[in-house]
Design a protein. Structure first.
Length: 427
């Protein structure tokens, strides 16, 4: 059996779980791949940190870059998670030293994936990143292998378990965004600083990786239509429920008129739709392609268990001797696709205005909407006479992003509108 040395850099929750999975499953991995694997190097911030497993101190490297040079290491596992800095240096150096690399780092791949994949190809080693998107759901391998001959035209996904848990729990518990976020942090579903999950950036990084694999394009760097869930309040959840709708943060990428349109934003979805019923920390991806039609993958998208499962999948692929292009095809065959003008995107909108309860305010709002060619399909007023305020909810007919953006800018200057209007697109 061929001896393979593994170096793990980063021993947080995921790194620790992955370490234990390798030790536990060493025999089974050997049976399935004909290899004898051994962890010959580890690196972390603190060697003395209390961990629920033990390793020999002689395999600990204070400088993680030394692992990338060690002749005993054949495969480097990067689990630090930064988009630049030491994470990039580790992966870059490992590839240059002709070592296979496995990472769960979506921020790194979405920013530097084109460069790193080219480096892997030049050095005839693998760069694997299944765990960077949707945790335990094998979405990247499905695109690279299972659906390799299909022409994918659209990908829709719930790609962030933290945001999905918050929206689901707000609906279930009737608690405020702040209370539910606090609960998510206590349960370990949200980071101490959850901004990357809540503002849409986490989903955007994943969408850019999915775009590159689905459409054989270079990773997009253009500014996208993006918003997160920070401004969604319980009253929006309740109103959606009354309208037989549910709010979900979606990542969507598609080709429109031979142009790439990537977007991340909350959507109001009818309750009888499949994607509307993915709750809690679950993720789901819908792929539309030819000839396969529509394919759906669902599972846990985060956490040490699902992520370790994806890392092990990448490990077995390498151990079986599969040298593959990181993005499915050669870097020089991947193309740059022009971006679709987001201002042309047309959609119905949910608009919530918090206003002073006084005569003429509603007519001001409807006139401004009409000025920007935004017509009203449905209007609901919810008075709060005790505080001399009111909520006005408007569902519009389809309008383009250019009109809606300009119109909302005008409302910001209106003294009768207490706060910036909330906008959610209908799906």
């Amino acid at each position: 059996m061929k001896k393979i040395g593994i170096g793990i850099i980063g021993l947080g929750n995921i790194g620790s779980r992955f370490y234990k999975e390798i030790i536990t499953n060493k025999r089974e991995i050997g049976l399935k791949t004909g290899t004898n694997i051994n962890i010959v190097g580890v690196s972390a911030k603190n060697i003395n940190k209390k961990r629920n497993f033990k390793f020999q101190k002689k395999i600990f490297f204070k400088n993680p870059l030394d692992i990338t040079k060690n002749p005993k290491v054949n495969i480097v596992i990067e689990l630090i998670g930064l988009s630049d800095g030491i994470s990039k240096k580790i992966v870059e150096n490992a590839l240059k030293n002709k070592k296979h690399v496995i990472t769960a780092n979506k921020a790194l791949i979405s920013k530097h994936g084109d460069y790193l994949s080219l480096l892997a190809e030049k050095n005839k080693v693998n760069l694997e990143f299944e765990a960077s998107v949707c945790g335990g759901i094998p979405i990247l391998r499905t695109l690279k292998d299972g659906l390799a001959t299909n022409k994918i035209n659209k990908v829709i996904g719930i790609l962030n378990g933290t945001s999905n848990y918050i929206l689901s729990e707000m609906e279930k518990s009737k608690n405020s965004f702040k209370k539910v976020l606090n609960k998510a942090q206590i349960l370990g579903f949200a980071e101490t600083n959850p901004q990357f999950d809540l503002d849409g950036n986490d989903v955007l990084a994943k969408i850019r990786i999915l775009s590159a694999l689905s459409f054989n394009n270079k990773i997009s760097k253009s500014k996208c239509l993006m918003s997160g869930i920070e401004n969604i309040e319980l009253k929006d959840i309740d109103m959606a429920n009354k309208l037989n709708l549910r709010i979900k943060l979606l990542g969507i990428t598609e080709i429109i008129n031979n142009k790439l349109f990537e977007r991340v934003h909350p959507c109001l979805i009818k309750k009888d739709k499949y994607i509307s019923n993915i709750n809690g920390v679950m993720n789901a991806v819908i792929l539309e392609g030819v000839p396969v039609g529509q394919s759906v993958l669902q599972g846990e998208g985060a956490g040490s268990g699902p992520t370790s499962s994806a890392l092990l999948s990448d490990l077995l692929s390498i151990l079986r001797g599969n040298i593959k292009y990181p993005f499915g095809i050669s870097s020089n065959k991947r193309k740059n696709i022009k971006s679709y003008d987001k201002n042309l995107y047309s959609n119905s909108l949910y608009l919530r205005f918090e206003v002073k309860d006084k005569p003429g305010v509603l007519s001001e709002i409807t006139k401004k909407l009409a000025n920007f060619k935004i017509s009203i399909e449905r209007l609901i007023q919810i008075p709060d006479r005790k505080n001399k305020k009111a909520s006005i909810v408007i569902i519009t007919h389809k309008t383009n992003e250019r009109n809606s953006t300009k119109c909302l800018q005008v409302f910001k200057k209106n003294k009768n509108i207490i706060k910036n209007p909330t906008l959610i697109r209908l799906f």
